[in-house]
Design a protein around this ligand. Structure first.
Ligand code: PMP
Length: 286
């Protein structure tokens, strides 16, 4: 396997960063997880734009243009002979000193890994998944803006551990106001009386690329969709629930804590949106 590392395609065993890189010392950096379907980087521009926005928010200057980054992703895919893949693109603060000061790091590190990912077993896509509501609260927008996809995922990891301890694959995280924010690595949607609801960016979420595509598809299909804060009680009382994410794609949730959602089977509107998403992936628009 070839990894793109600061402008070179190197063997995986040679793809090494300094232990003085602030990405390693402090989780100081930003990243993207991106799908490749049929040789095409899915929503390439949206992912690159979000990466630059994340970097800008943490005052990190990416040492490549958007076009160069896109070219580098395709070069990595070609070097590995991949047409269906999962790309992990990361920009670290770079090698610096042991103190926090990020401006001692001269050159950001850029890494592109092209590999495969299977987040959840196939069975869950058919039958729906069980999740919990985590006690770990999602980092608030006033602490570290969750719209920054930063290399520091400990907040999410602590909630993920709660999920694993509870024997489920994902956890829903509330914001500091006790409203639904998102999951550890996915955005969340619920359906009630034919309308789809999803928390707005102000709920403190990563503004998912998959979320954006699903919102667009719902509008196209004429399914009413409202971005609105959702309380845990609304979640439990939902007719349907599903999650979206680059790795997860679109997956139904059929149990939250000890509560069955709707009929306990993936719902009809979820199925329509999943079908539309699959069509979208295969289209020229992808
Ligand atoms: N929320 C969080 C915290 C995430 O890490 C992710 C990405 N895995 C998402 C939502 C979904 O975003 P996207 O659709 O862009 O992958």
């Amino acid at each position: 396997m070839k990894i793109w590392l600061n402008g070179n395609l190197v063997d995986r065993s040679e793809a090494k960063l300094s232990v003085y890189d602030h990405g390693m010392l402090y989780g100081d950096g930003v990243f993207e997880g991106i799908r490749v379907y049929g040789g095409k980087v899915f929503q390439c521009q949206a992912h690159i734009d979000r990466l630059f926005e994340s970097a800008h928010k943490i005052r990190l200057a990416i040492p490549l243009t958007k076009q160069e980054l896109s070219d580098a992703m395709y070069a990595t895919l070609h070097a590995n002979g991949l047409t269906d893949a999962y790309i992990r693109l990361l920009v670290t603060r770079g090698e610096g000193l042991l103190g926090l000061n990020p401006f001692n790091c001269a050159t950001p590190g850029v890494v592109i890994i092209a590999d495969q990912i299977a987040l959840y077993p196939e069975e869950m896509y058919k039958n729906g998944m069980a999740v919990i509501i985590a006690k770990t609260v999602r980092t608030s927008t006033t602490m570290l803006d969750p719209s920054v996809k930063s290399l520091n995922y400990l907040n999410n990891i602590m909630a993920k551990i709660e999920a694993i301890d509870a024997g489920v694959a994902e956890a829903i995280m509330l914001n500091a106001r006790g409203q639904i924010a998102e999951c550890t690595g996915d955005n969340i949607f619920i359906i009630k009386d034919g309308t789809v609801y999803t928390p707005p960016p102000s709920a403190g979420i990563l503004i998912g690329i998959t979320r954006g595509v699903v919102i667009k598809l719902a509008k196209r299909l004429g399914i009413p969709l409202v971005e609105k804060e959702i309380a845990p009680a609304d979640l439990y009382a939902a007719d349907e629930c599903f999650l979206t994410g680059t790795a997860a794609e679109v997956i139904a949730v059929t149990r939250i804590d000890d509560r069955r959602i709707g009929t306990g089977r993936p719902g009809e509107i979820t199925a329509r949106l999943l079908a539309a998403f699959r069509e979208f992936i295969a289209s020229d628009e992808a």
